[in-house]
Design a protein around this ligand. Structure first.
Ligand SMILES: O=C(NC/C=C/[C@H]1O[C@@H](n2cnc(C(F)(F)F)c2)[C@H](O)[C@@H]1O)c1cc([N+](=O)[O-])cc(O)c1O
Ligand SMILES: [Mg+2]
Length: 214
């Protein structure tokens, strides 16, 4: 029930996941999307790769582009050290409203700031709005043709410092060819591909981890 897929996912979280237990929210969404209806969460397999990078970097300031239902926001927030913050950006108000409820159900709302609107509007004002100098870690999982322009915009706005890490979902499927060519070809990035599979399928996909060299 629920008219949209995100609403059905939220309903499943409220029915099956334990309030305040981020892992149970993540597992509930994975179960539902693997066995009931597919949805574009980073998923369990690629999620494990993302987890390992979050744990390695221990970001104080992290940005996610593309909240959708809040699956990866919950997954990331559950791993953040105390007084760290994930800012997650969502364009679609309907998705944002669902994600806020999923994030609250998981009990990670004090680690997550969800902002709504286009990246082109938000990226230039984030330093001022959030008292930021730069992001330690950025997870790109929004529209694939926006990965490259938004990365260039983050560079221009001084949101990346030497050592900032970009983690991009779907570099194979659906693919982000211009982004991949840029981070792999630029002397300003050290890039590495983590081979995996498209969420809940056996189709090849992967995550690209790129360190900004300044
Ligand atoms: O299209 C995919 N993802 C697009 C994801 C898009 C999501 O990012 C939001 N957004 C747009 N701009 C912003 C910001 F932040 F800029 F404001 C946020 C959109 O509203 C949507 O919720 C996708 C598709 C497949 N697939 O298999 O087709 C698999 C995947 O893992 C995927 O991520
Ligand atoms: Mg994705």
């Amino acid at each position: 029930y629920g008219s949209t897929r995100p609403e059905r996912i939220l309903a499943e979280v409220k029915r099956k996941a334990t309030r305040g237990d981020a892992r149970s929210v993540v597992d509930t969404i994975d179960q539902y999307c693997r066995h009931q209806e597919w949805a574009m969460n980073v998923g369990d397999e690629k999620g494990t790769i993302l987890d390992s990078i979050v744990c390695e970097v221990k970001p104080r300031a992290m940005l996610e582009l593309g909240t959708y239902c809040g699956y990866s926001a919950v997954r990331i927030a559950s791993l953040l050290p105390p007084n760290s913050r994930l800012i997650t950006m969502e364009f679609n108000p309907v998705f944002a409203a669902i994600a806020r409820q999923v994030i609250a159900w998981a009990g990670v709302e004090d680690k997550v700031v969800l902002i709504e609107g286009p990246s082109g509007d938000w990226i230039p004002k984030m330093k001022k709005e959030f008292g930021l100098t730069s992001f330690d870690l950025v997870f790109l999982d929004h529209w694939k043709d926006c990965y490259l322009p938004d990365t260039k915009l983050m560079e221009e706005c001084g949101l990346l410092r030497t050592g900032s890490i970009l983690v991009a979902d779907n570099v194979i499927c659906p693919g982000a060819p211009d982004y991949l060519e840029y981070v792999r070809g630029s002397p300003r990035y050290e890039s590495k591909y983590f081979r995996s599979h498209l969420e809940y399928t056996t189709v090849e996909d992967g995550i690209e981890k790129s360190v900004f060299l300044g």
